[in-house]
Design a protein around this ligand. Structure first.
Ligand code: HEM
Length: 427
């Protein structure tokens, strides 16, 4: 709060000879991401790093190419088309609880387990394959790439992609592995087209069938590969991070957790949650939203102005970097009272509070808003419900968990917790 009072709504700082502007007010985030989005591109360091791995996929591409891709891919993420993935999400979470409750020790590494869980979910919904097993080459390659991207972004002096060092060689090998597997799967689906093998109801099959409404064209194999890679990466770490912080917050706020458990027991009566239960799981939705208010996994969304602009009264020269930050804006004192307090009732639909659109934007906003936001919310609510219904996670120590803001807002150390079976829970 004092930061807002001291610094105001726009903060300018310099890094490696470049001017960076952090904008905190929802009005200014909206200006950059939505109202003047066509004057800004993604030529910032974070996206340059990601582009090496995700090439021309939706997250990193720009201009006419991006627009065409977005038009083709968007329908596959429509609520009705992804509703069928609900059971995959719930049963993956159920299997994790089974594993936990069979363990000889009660302590679990929630950070690692949430990553494995969301990786399994994205693998099964995208390619109908479980890639979360220890020995799985896709899972390993993704881990290497994610690790490499986070390392690269935190380096003060960027290492060029052509540099023949070990890190670059490892990254390239991981990329080749992923490329090979994805191209193999695409080729085999094309070859088997019209046979039983193509009845897989997964995102890849939807993407392969998708056509641009205006031109009737589909995607090339190279484009499919970039989109698959993007969905893999964009679609699992963010969700895992949101889950990790949610378990931490629930453990720190027993009254919220108790209310959540009551809602689950009442709504589900011991059955695993399904999509049909979502309307009765509104409180879970509130908890997840409030968790992402305090710990938005994509804590900063950066842009580069292509022409001079004025934002919040400040002149922003072309070529500088503008950082919009859900983490900062979600604490803006004009829109959030006691901003550091975890209070899911802020999102109670019965008591709506009038806030401008970009006061809360964990999924970004404007034309580049997260294409997977409905998928992610569905996954978060179903996974939290399926786990909290059966077990309780408690903190192993009283130490505050630090934040490690990289591309995503990770916990500084792995979140380890004590797991116990809930007394009233189904076996
Ligand atoms: C809690 C989970 C998630 C969070 C917090 C999140 C956040 C975001 C944000 C902030 C953006 C906008 C980036 C920008 O404007 O530069 C974005 C874009 C994107 N997200 Fe997500 N995301 C999540 C889950 C997912 C999932 C589950 C998928 C796919 C299954 C996904 C796929 C994408 C893609 C493809 C884009 C690029 C969209 C475009 O530019 O057209 N995300 N995400």
């Amino acid at each position: 709060m004092s930061g807002f009072q001291t610094c105001g709504d726009v903060v300018r700082f310099r890094l490696l000879n470049r001017s960076l502007f952090l904008v905190a007010h929802p009005r200014d985030a909206r200006h950059v991401l939505q109202d003047h989005a066509n004057q800004y591109d993604k030529g910032t360091r974070g996206f340059q790093v990601l582009r090496v791995f995700l090439r021309n996929g939706l997250l990193t591409s720009e201009g006419a190419h991006w627009l065409r891709q977005r038009r083709i891919v968007q329908p596959a993420f429509h609520r009705d088309r992804i509703a069928g993935f609900g059971d995959t999400m719930t049963s993956a979470a159920g299997d994790l609880v089974d594993d936990w409750l069979r363990l000889p020790s009660e302590t679990v590494n929630v950070t690692a387990d949430m990553m494995r869980l969301t990786l399994r979910i994205v693998g099964e919904t995208l390619l109908s394959t479980d890639v979360s097993q220890e020995a799985d080459r896709v899972g390993q390659a993704l881990h290497t790439i994610l690790h490499g991207a986070n390392e690269a972004i935190s380096r003060v002096v960027p290492m060029p992609a052509w540099w023949p060092g070990r890190a670059n060689r490892t990254q390239r090998a991981a990329m080749r592995t992923l490329d090979d597997v994805i191209v193999e799967i695409i080729t085999s689906r094309r070859t088997n087209s019209g046979t039983a093998a193509t009845t897989d109801h997964d995102l890849l099959s939807m993407l392969m069938e998708a056509r641009d409404e205006e031109t009737g064209e589909g995607m090339s194999d190279a484009q499919l590969r970039d989109e698959v890679m993007t969905i893999f990466l964009a679609g699992h770490e963010t969700t895992a991070i949101a889950l990790g912080w949610t378990w931490h917050l629930l453990a720190e706020h027993p009254a919220v957790r108790q209310r959540l458990e009551q809602v689950l027991d009442h709504a589900l009566d011991g059955r695993p949650p399904t999509m049909a239960d979502l309307p009765r799981l509104g409180y879970v939705d509130q908890v997840v939203k409030e968790s992402m208010r305090l710990y938005p996994p994509a804590w900063v969304v950066s842009r580069r102005p292509m022409v001079d602009d004025v934002v919040g009264g400040f002149r922003i020269p072309a070529g500088s970097i503008v950082l919009t930050s859900p983490y900062v804006t979600h604490r803006h004192p004009e829109y959030w009272t006691t901003p550091e307090l975890f209070d899911p009732d802020r999102f109670d639909p019965k008591h709506p509070v009038d806030r401008p659109p970009f006061a809360y934007f964990p999924f970004g906003g404007g034309p580049r808003q997260c294409i997977g936001n409905t998928f992610a919310m569905m996954e978060l609510v179903l996974v939290v419900s399926a786990i909290a219904q059966r077990c309780r996670l408690d903190s192993t120590d009283r130490l505050a968990i630090g934040r490690n803001p990289s591309i995503t807002l990770r916990a500084a150390t792995p979140i380890t917790m004590r797991v116990s079976r809930r007394a009233a829970a189904p076996a």
